[in-house]
Write a protein that binds this ligand. Structure first.
Ligand SMILES: [Zn+2]
Length: 342
């Protein structure tokens, strides 16, 4: 076989072998075999040295043509294989955009929020505005101006989160009374002050260190204890149902005088006695009373001319009663199994 025939045979075989390749790992193997330094083209060209000077240029030219043809074919094949592999990878992780999506279920309001909204609605119908006050308070507003000076034993009723010597996380919504009175005097007031309160307390099924409270405050001329009782009666009937029986017990709060506890008959056992009402037949609705003269004066109202009532109630507690929830910790546990029930 002469060198020309050998080169033509090499080109044909090289092209055929190249066409048979399908994976990119096979490409360097082919390259080494045909075009590598110890490959088949090198072998054939080595025979050029045995040719006569007349034959050599033509054979050399042919060898070069074969080399270029194989290299070009190799480059084209390499590109085609890589493109095919890329397409295969893309289509194997492809997302089928025509499939229906996973539905996102709409959420709903938290039970505390819904209870709070209902409370606001009921008092709104009775002409109470909503007054928002800050959750971080001064010691002065939270205690001093509400007639609870530093030495007062009533401070023991509230274990407090202190931010520093003068600033606390409010332990009740009552400091909002001072803010509201100072802002509104000498106008009459009828507001509720809903919001979160904080106490440095052991967390138990009945107490959390964070909870909602709704404070109520009415200041005007000739406001009497019976106005408070009537307001509480109307609230209880709208919140818990018609025909509720009310009971007023004497109590003590530093910022009201006289102070009372407002109870209503247990709607679960109709006053017969059950576990929820601890077999008394009665449930606490609110702590309340007539605004203490010292507090009225601190708010800018002359207690000889003005009087008022105030009350404070929980929000989680009524929700617990209504739905038979036994543990207040569920409200802040973020457990969807609990939340989705309401
Ligand atoms: Zn009961």
């Amino acid at each position: 076989m002469n060198i020309n025939e050998a080169l033509e045979a090499l080109e044909r075989e090289g092209m055929e072998a190249l066409d048979a390749l399908s994976r990119s790992e096979e490409l360097p193997v082919w390259y080494r075999a045909f075009l590598g330094r110890k490959g088949r083209l090198t072998d054939v060209l080595r025979a050029l040295g045995k040719l006569s000077t007349e034959e050599r240029p033509a054979a050399g030219k042919k060898g070069n043509e074969v080399k270029i043809a194989l290299e070009n074919a190799f480059n084209d094949r390499q590109e085609a294989i890589r493109e095919a592999e890329l397409q295969a990878a893309l289509s194997s992780d492809a997302v089928d955009v025509t499939l229906p999506g996973r539905p996102v279920k709409p959420g709903h309001l938290h039970l505390s929020t819904r209870t709070l909204r209902r409370v606001r609605e009921i008092f709104g119908e009775m002409g109470f505005q909503v007054y928002e006050a800050p959750e971080v308070e001064t010691d002065e507003n939270n205690f001093e101006l509400l007639n609870i000076p530093a030495y007062h034993p009533a401070r023991d009723m509230w274990d407090t989160f202190w931010v520093d010597d003068q600033v606390v996380l409010r332990t009740h919504t009552s400091p909002g009374q001072i803010r509201c009175m100072r802002e509104r005097h000498p106008e009459p007031i009828r507001v509720i002050l809903p919001g979160k309160c904080y106490r440095y307390e052991q967390i138990t099924p009945r107490s959390e260190h964070q909870f909602y409270q709704v404070e109520g405050l009415a200041v005007g001329h000739n406001i009497r204890l019976t106005d408070l009782i009537g307001t509480m009666q109307q609230f209880a009937e709208k919140m818990y149902g018609e025909g509720r029986q009310m009971r007023i017990r004497g109590s003590y709060f530093p910022f009201t005088e006289p102070s009372v506890e407002v109870d209503m008959d247990c709607m679960l056992c109709k006053g017969e006695g059950c576990r929820v009402c601890k077999h008394t037949g009665w449930l606490e609705v609110a702590g309340a009373g007539m605004v203490h003269p010292v507090v009225l004066r601190n708010g800018g109202y002359d207690p000889d001319e003005w009087s008022g009532f105030a009350f404070g109630m929980g929000v989680e507690r009524p929700a617990m009663l209504q739905h038979g929830i036994e543990d207040i910790r569920y409200f802040y546990g973020n457990d969807l199994r609990f939340l989705r029930q309401f």
